[in-house]
Ligand binder design. Structure first.
Ligand code: APR
Length: 248
């Protein structure tokens, strides 16, 4: 039996930390486009990387708090236009493509979002290394893991500072295109400002029939969350990927 087994590094059910995590963060920070979206006061990528690491290194991977990321956010905060934001749920790739062709932005276009995009990370008490074997899974281990709390904090800020029309890309091939337990459902939708209009797009996968619609019960639930907040709601369904991206 190996040493790592005894040390418990393999006990979580989620993917382990991404190999070369620090190197990737540093590289992405160094090459994040200065001009367009970031008014980033000259950023110190060394410092940003260190703040990211010290948010979770040596800590219990199930006891993440928003506070842990405070310093990182202070250092690396960047702004993107408040009226060009695209949210998504189960449609990360499609939403990214849509944003790109329309000149809009997703959370992954902000500095912090781009640093962490697609990565996984967690530490271990008593160790200064990342746990590359496993990290806590939201469902099977704990909700207050470092990955989840990171995306929650960023998502909350992204949603609450949005203005004008905000778009959300949802998967119309699912039985419930809107899921109250998703980050969009539990963090972003409930934090939109009253003046905002939310435009939802229900896009179904090529080769799959649409299963949910703007009049389905999941979207009704979204509608009720929004109407409590005085957020206007527009919904379009039955769109194929190509129709949605504007190629016919
Ligand atoms: N890279 C890796 N993981 C991510 C990323 C990312 N760029 N963004 C979010 N995650 C994590 C979160 O923990 C999230 O719950 O992956 C999960 C994706 O789950 P989905 O059910 O597909 O979507 P949802 O939970 O609704 O989260 C996506 O939140 O991150 C914001 O603005 C983003 O609107 C988007 C929504």
């Amino acid at each position: 039996i190996h040493k790592w087994y005894h040390s418990g590094l393999n006990r979580w059910h989620g993917l382990g930390s991404t190999a070369d995590f620090q190197k990737i963060i540093q590289e992405r920070c160094d090459t994040y486009p200065q001009q367009i979206w970031s008014y980033s006061r000259s950023r110190n990528c060394q410092e940003i990387k260190q703040a990211f690491m010290s948010a979770f290194i040596s800590k219990d991977p199930c006891k993440a708090t928003k506070e842990d990321y405070r310093r990182l956010i202070d250092l690396a905060d960047s702004t993107v236009p408040c009226n060009k934001r695209v949210l998504w749920s189960k449609t990360k790739e499609l939403a990214g493509e849509y944003a790109k062709v329309r000149g809009l932005v997703t959370l992954e276009d902000t500095l912090l979002g781009s640093l962490a995009d697609g990565l996984s990370w967690c530490g271990e008490p008593g160790s200064s290394d990342l746990n590359t074997w496993s990290c806590p899974d939201w469902k099977k281990d704990c909700r207050t893991n470092y990955l989840t709390v990171f995306w929650e904090v960023l998502s909350e800020r992204f949603a609450e500072s949005a203005c004008g029309t905000v778009q959300v890309v949802l998967d119309g091939s699912l039985e419930n295109a809107f899921n109250e337990m998703s980050i969009f459902g539990r963090v972003e939708a409930p934090n939109l400002k009253p003046v905002v209009t939310l435009q939802a797009w229900l896009v179904h996968d090529p080769g799959k029939p649409p299963r949910d619609s703007c009049s389905g019960s999941s979207i009704m639930k979204l509608k009720s969350i929004l109407s409590e907040r005085n957020v206007r709601f527009i919904c379009r369904d039955n769109l194929s990927r190509d129709e949605f991206l504007g190629r016919f």
